[in-house]
Unconditional design. Structure first.
Length: 165
């Protein structure tokens, strides 16, 4: 169960982007290690790879395809569950804000203008709030897409390091 601080940290879009950047860095370092170990193995195997070498080379391709498929599916699920409805709501609120502006602009009296300007400010604040949540939705899509690739790269780095030792 995640702690309150980790939940609060991951509800902030900036912290989510930092988390994605850190996971990406870890994944890239692990991938570099895996590439080095597998390249060494291929070079040692030469033209006569063993059955274990062939199995590892096959696993390499299978894992990449599986991680790419999982990543794409995870991003589509996250996009569908959050981004579509949020983007629709942002557009709807922007249109309401534009309507409130036109209503304010068409005011005849100062009292009417004051009343309508308050409605415009409220509508614009709601639209801006929803639009700012789009960044959070985008980072969640990126985060979900990175998870399977990160998991494959880091587990391969650990597994291959153990085989090497």
């Amino acid at each position: 169960m995640p702690s309150f601080t980790s939940v609060a940290r991951l509800s902030n879009p900036l912290m989510l982007w930092v988390d994605v950047a850190l996971k990406t860095q870890e994944m890239l370092l692990s991938s570099g290690s895996v590439i080095q170990m597998r390249t060494e193995r291929m070079a040692k195997a030469g033209l006569a790879p063993s059955a274990a070498d062939l199995a590892e080379f096959q696993l390499m391709g299978d894992e990449k395809l599986a991680a790419a498929g999982e990543s794409g599916a995870a991003m589509v699920r996250q996009w569908h569950s959050s981004h579509v409805s949020l983007a629709s709501r942002a557009l709807q609120q922007w249109l309401l804000s534009a309507g409130a502006f036109l209503s304010m602009a068409g005011s005849v009296t100062p009292a009417q203008a004051a009343e309508r300007s308050d409605a415009f400010v409220q509508a614009t604040a709601r639209a801006a709030g929803t639009a700012s949540r789009l960044s959070g939705a985008a980072v969640r899509i990126a985060r979900e897409g990175l998870k399977p690739i990160h998991a494959a790269a880091t587990s391969n780095a650990r597994r291959l390091a153990e085989l090497r030792d």
